[in-house]
Design a protein around this ligand. Structure first.
Ligand code: 4AD
Ligand code: MG
Length: 461
């Protein structure tokens, strides 16, 4: 008899009869004559109840199985319309594939997320993480759907690169050289010409610079891949390896781009609510009771748009004593972002037109000469989930800004030259994929939405 997945059994109108299922024991309880097993095969969030009794030849063996043992079951479907689950299986045969040792670390009790972080290979078996990683998968699809349906071209930009796209010096260096026996130049510096690529290389911090040439070809493109930042930030929203979606759009200015970001965020919410209703209900019940209400408000409201200058004024007027007092020209800190999005607007808010020195070199300089046409999208609880800008499309102005920052112009001549060969107004943004998952699930810590988080002093497996 062919095995049927539990999702198929529970979601398709089912004819009574014999079935064959397999899965892992989530919970089990038994008395002297009868036992109940909650079985999960990962095909869907909920479990399937298996009932078995003393007629099984291996009744005693089954009773002694450990939590998370893998079993196969043959039995009859019993419809149970009065129960929570529409049906259960009355087992006629249960075979043990792999028992689970008594030291299984996730015995039946509620474990803290902190403890589960020490069990990265087993935590996907808990309800919380089973829901998180399925939503992560579904959201990946939603991203591609959104952009593909709108005729964007997906470009895979390199992970190994020599370009520090954000110019923030947060690149991990990658080398093929023997660190204990480095080739040196006459002046005693590392001789990178001996490097496999003939130059100093690193892991990408952003695919933006590599994707801009494609935006000036296809008009609408996006990247979706891993990015790396060698920053020593120990917060709940920073990881050293994270995924980012970076759309880049020609013939589109900052305002047009904010419309796209807003449409995208609402689409992603709708998509996940539709495709993962059980998981989203679970997050609302167990992780954050205001989640579904909050997402509903976001879907139906218009995002606020304020300038950086207005944001600083609002922070000053708030009467709050912030750890970092708001000062024009200084960065907007996480605490400021949380106040603006979480307390003042209570919904996503775009902050635009940042001071030039607070942002990267490639942003479009405003006529005032002091600010750039950038936007960050701030959301309650998390703060920034999107950062983007209109790009500087004027060759001379971009070159002057790069020189002012002391960048090695030669290395970026190819990027500058895009402004000489058919320069066009264009804009792009980066959506932090992991932060978007946090936002959609209510999970507070980025370490709990990544399968194998990489954060300072923490990179297991
Ligand atoms: O604001 P960022 O640094 O922007 C860029 O990299 C631009 N090149 C994007 C572009 O215009 N194409 O990063 C974009 C987003 C942030 O808003 C945040 O959501 C996420 O990436 N992000 C991080 N997520 C997790 N951990 C980190 N350390 C992150 N740094 C940025
Ligand atoms: Mg940013």
């Amino acid at each position: 008899m062919k095995r049927i997945e539990i999702k198929q059994l529970l979601t398709k109108p089912y004819l009574e009869g014999q079935v064959h299922v397999a899965g892992w024991i989530r919970t089990a309880r038994q008395s002297s004559n009868v036992g109940f097993i909650e079985l999960n095969d990962g095909s869907q969030f909920g479990n399937l109840q298996i009932v078995y009794d003393k007629d099984l030849s291996n009744f005693d063996q089954i009773n002694k199985l450990g939590l998370s043992a893998a079993i196969e079951v043959w039995g009859e479907v019993i419809l149970t319309p009065q129960m929570k689950q529409p049906l259960e299986i009355r087992a006629s045969e249960i075979r043990v594939m792999g028992d689970s040792a008594k030291d299984y670390p996730l015995q039946k009790k509620r474990h803290s997320l902190e403890y589960l972080r020490t069990q990265l290979t087993l935590r996907p078996r808990t309800n919380t993480f089973m829901a998180v990683f399925r939503v992560r998968s579904i959201l990946s699809m939603a991203i591609h759907r959104f952009f593909q349906d709108r005729d964007y071209v997906y470009i895979q930009t390199p992970i190994l690169t020599s370009a520090d796209a954000e110019g923030a010096g947060e690149m991990f260096q990658v080398t093929s050289l023997d660190l204990n026996n480095l080739p040196l130049t006459e002046s005693g510096n590392v001789d990178y010409s001996k490097e496999l690529f003939g130059k100093k290389m690193g892991l990408t911090v952003s695919g933006q610079l590599s994707v801009e040439p494609f935006a000036l070809t296809y008009s609408k493109v996006y990247t979706f891949g891993p990015t790396f930042r060698a920053e020593n930030s120990n917060t709940v929203r920073h990881a050293n390896e994270f995924w980012m979606i970076e759309p880049e759009i020609s013939f589109c200015d900052l305002d047009g781009m904010m419309d796209i970001i807003e449409e995208m965020v609402k689409y992603l919410i709708d998509y996940v609510l539709e495709k993962a209703p059980q998981e989203m209900k679970f997050f609302n019940d167990r992780i954050d009771n205001s989640l579904l209400d909050r997402l509903e408000v976001v879907r139906s409201s218009q995002f606020a748009r304020i300038t950086y200058t207005e944001a600083i004024q609002l922070l000053k007027d708030s009467g709050r004593s912030f750890e970092y007092p708001p000062v024009w020209g200084q960065e907007i800190q996480t605490e400021h972002e949380k106040y603006l999005a979480g307390e003042l607007f209570k919904q996503p808010v775009f902050v635009t037109d940042y001071p030039t020195d607070a942002k990267a070199f490639y942003m479009k300089l405003s006529p005032d000469g002091k600010t750039v046409r950038a936007c960050d999208l701030l959301v309650p609880a998390i703060g920034e989930i999107v950062g983007g800008s209109q790009r500087e499309d004027n060759y001379e102005r971009l070159k002057a800004e790069m020189e002012r920052r002391g960048m090695p112009i030669d290395d970026y001549q190819w990027y500058l030259d895009l402004r000489r060969y058919g320069s066009a107004v264009h804009s792009g943004f980066g959506l932090g994929f992991d932060r978007m998952i946090q936002y959609l699930t209510g999970i507070a810590n980025i370490r709990d939405v990544q399968a194998y988080p990489r954060t300072p002093n923490n990179a297991e497996f």
